[in-house]
Ligand binder design. Structure first.
Ligand code: SAM
Length: 331
């Protein structure tokens, strides 16, 4: 006959134990537990020995299994931090990468007060919303070909910018393919883009997180440079004189992007490295852009890079080198 103590169900596992025993790195497991329990990290640390309610344990088990099957943590928890802000993400948008903060920081340095800034292919809105948060004086525009991505970006803007800063209305949103989304008479002072730049047959597309991200956010097709080429070729029609075009690219594409910018007539062509030391963002200054006709008052140039610094940058690039810092017109 079975004795009474053996009939008793096992006590529920603690938070610490589920996190430790789920087969995932601790940081990932903790993030999934935060999501399953709707508790913050500090609470989980303080209550690590508490028994986990059944519904939370079941929700955590499902998330942990999906993660072991490869789904990105950001999609499972529904958010990713970028430039100090928590952006909501789902499989309709690329998960923002820390590398892209290099692009945001550079744009912030270059944009003069009141500058018109355009983010092409905004995805979650990570770049555009970060710019609007960092610089309330900027006039920020954002586009994407994906309606679902634009919806996600608007939602992030509404939440992060808040009503006091105009919410999603603080940014001008446009749906459409690259420059086609923008009316022909619009001109910008800084244009940024993190376009898809992976070759369509790159085996990395079938590995890791990339398997779960939108393919059109990762690759423009067989030629990884195709979107960058289209952006560079179309840019002059939309840039004010002295405007900057900044493009994120793959770590081996720096030389090719600089060459495209120079062939298209950009000056002061530069590349910046990301935190890991990889060439990550290249840009150039458009000297031949048309002024927008704004009536008798004319228009002040929003960007005025230091010519000496620009010349130095051109020299550095021409000799095969790349600058790690750009001339700035705003500090
Ligand atoms: C690499 S993701 C960048 C997303 C976001 N800017 C970021 O940095 O996290 C590229 C974005 O470009 C958009 N895209 C791809 N092809 C496009 C096209 N032809 N016209 C406009 N947007 C496009 C994708 O939908 C995607 O949101």
């Amino acid at each position: 006959m079975t004795s009474a103590p053996e009939l008793r169900a096992a006590p529920p596992a603690s938070y610490d134990r589920l996190i430790r025993d789920c087969g995932l790195p601790r940081l990932e497991a903790r993030a999934l537990m935060e999501r399953a329990s709707e508790r913050r990290r500090e609470w989980l640390i303080a209550h690590g020995e508490d028994p986990v309610p059944e519904a939370i344990a079941a929700a955590f088990a499902t998330l942990a299994r999906r993660r072991r099957d490869g789904e990105p943590v950001a999609y499972l928890v529904g958010e990713r931090e970028f430039h100090g802000h928590r952006f909501r993400v789902d499989p309709s948008v690329l998960i923002p990468r820390p590398d892209t903060e290099t692009l945001v920081d550079w744009a912030i340095e270059l944009a003069a007060p009141g500058a018109r800034v355009l983010d092409l292919g905004t995805g979650s809105g990570a770049i555009a919303v970060s710019l609007a948060l960092a610089r309330t004086d900027l006039v920020v525009w954002a586009t994407d070909r994906s309606a679902a991505a634009l919806e996600r970006a608007r939602d992030n803007a509404a939440r992060l910018l808040g009503t006091e800063r105009g919410g999603s209305d603080a940014i001008c949103w446009r749906l459409g393919a690259w420059w086609k989304a923008i009316a022909e008479d619009e001109r910008f002072d800084v244009v940024v883009a993190n376009p898809p730049y992976i070759d369509g047959d790159d085996p990395h597309l079938a590995q890791g997180d990339l398997r779960f991200e939108p393919r059109e956010a990762l690759t423009p097709g067989p030629d990884g440079m195709a979107a960058i080429a289209e952006l560079v070729a179309g840019a002059p029609g939309y840039l004010a004189e002295g405007a900057w075009l900044l493009l994120e690219h793959g770590l081996e594409q720096g030389a090719a992007v600089r060459a495209r910018l120079e062939e298209a007539g950009f000056a002061a062509v530069l590349t910046r490295r990301d935190a890991a030391g990889h060439e990550r963002v290249s840009g150039g200054c458009w000297r031949g852009g048309a002024y927008r006709n704004v009536g008798s008052g004319g228009r002040e140039r929003a960007i005025s890079p230091d010519p000496a610094a620009s010349a130095e940058a051109v020299a550095a690039t021409a000799s095969g080198g790349t600058r790690l810092t750009a001339p700035t017109s705003h500090s």
